[in-house]
Design a protein around this ligand. Sequence first.
Ligand code: FMN
Length: 310
Amino acid sequence: MKPDMRVQLCGVELVNPVIAASGTFGYGVEFEEIVSFRRIGGLVTKGISREPMAGNPAPRLIETAAGMINAIGLQNLGVEKFIALKLPALRRYPQCAVIVNVFGYRVEDYVAVIARLNQADGIAAYELNASCPNTRDGGIVFGSDPSALAQLVAAAKRESARPLIVKLSPNVTSIPEMARAAEGAGADALSLVNTFVALSIDIETRRPRLANVTGGLSGPAIKPIAVRMVWEAAKAVKIPVIGMGGIATAEDAVEFLLAGATAVQVGTASYADPRATERLAGDLEQWCGRHHVQHVGSLRGALDLTPPAE
Ligand SMILES: Cc1cc2nc3c(=O)[nH]c(=O)nc-3n(C[C@H](O)[C@H](O)[C@H](O)COP(=O)(O)O)c2cc1C
C-alpha cells in the first residue's frame, strides 16, 4: 500500500511535507520547468518587502565546509511587482501551497506587505521572516528579543487574512522562549531555523570573504543544531513546527519529523541539485513504504527517549 504523505499545516493540506525554503527557490516560477510542483507540498518565495530592494554588494555567497554563507540582503522586487509579475504563474499549481515570505524594517512595513498580499489570490499562508541576520536594523531585532517578536507577530496576525507562520532565528540563547513568544502573540505555526551568523576570512588578503563582512551559514553543517532547536521548539508549543537546516536527503527530513516537525523545508540543497525538493519528496515516500510507515504524520515527534533495553 502506498503511504499517505498528506499533512495538515495550520488549516492548509499539503500533498506531502516537503516545502522549498525561502531565498533558495526564487519566486517559485523560476523552477516551474525544473521541479514538478504537483510533487512537492509547497514552496516559500524569497522575502518580499514593501518596496523593491537591491540587496548587499557582491560577493554575497561563498561555499564553506558542508555549507555556504550568504549575505544576499533580501534583494527582491517589492510586493506590487511580485503580485503583478510572479504570482499569476504560481496560480497554475493549486496543489502546491504557495507561502509568501514577508520581510520589513519596521512593524508597519510587515503589516503593509501583508495588507497588500491579502488582496491577491493564490497564496496559502504567510511566513514572517523575523530572523534575517543580514540587514543592519532589520530582522535581527525582532528575531532575538521576545517582546519585540511578540509585538511584530501580534500586529501581523491582526492584519493577516491567512495562516501566519513565524520563522525563528537560531541566533538566540533560548529557542523555547522565542517559540512561546510567537505562539502567545498568535502565530499559527513556526518555522526554523534561519541561518546562523557567520564570518569567513581570506587569510591571504586578511579581508572578509563577503562584502557584508558577516553572513548566514546554511547547509548540512548546521543540521544537528537545527534538529536540536526544532525538537526544543516543538516541545515548547502546541502549534505546528516546520523544520529546516541542512536537509539534503529523505533521511535528513525524517530526523526533523521525529524531532517534532510537521513539515520540512529544503534550502541550500537546491543549489547543489535544483530538483532536490521533488527528489526528496519521492525518496521520503519510498522511505515510508520501506519502513511500513502508513502515514507520514505518524513520524511527527516519534523520537524515542526511553532508555535502550539491556
Ligand atoms: C541564498 C539564501 C537566501 C535566503 N533568503 C531567505 C529569505 O529571503 N527569507 C528567509 O526567511 N530565509 C532565507 N534564507 C534561509 C533559508 O530559507 C533557510 O532557513 C536556511 O538556509 C536553512 O536551511 P538550509 O540549510 O536547507 O538552506 C536564505 C538562505 C539562503 C542560502
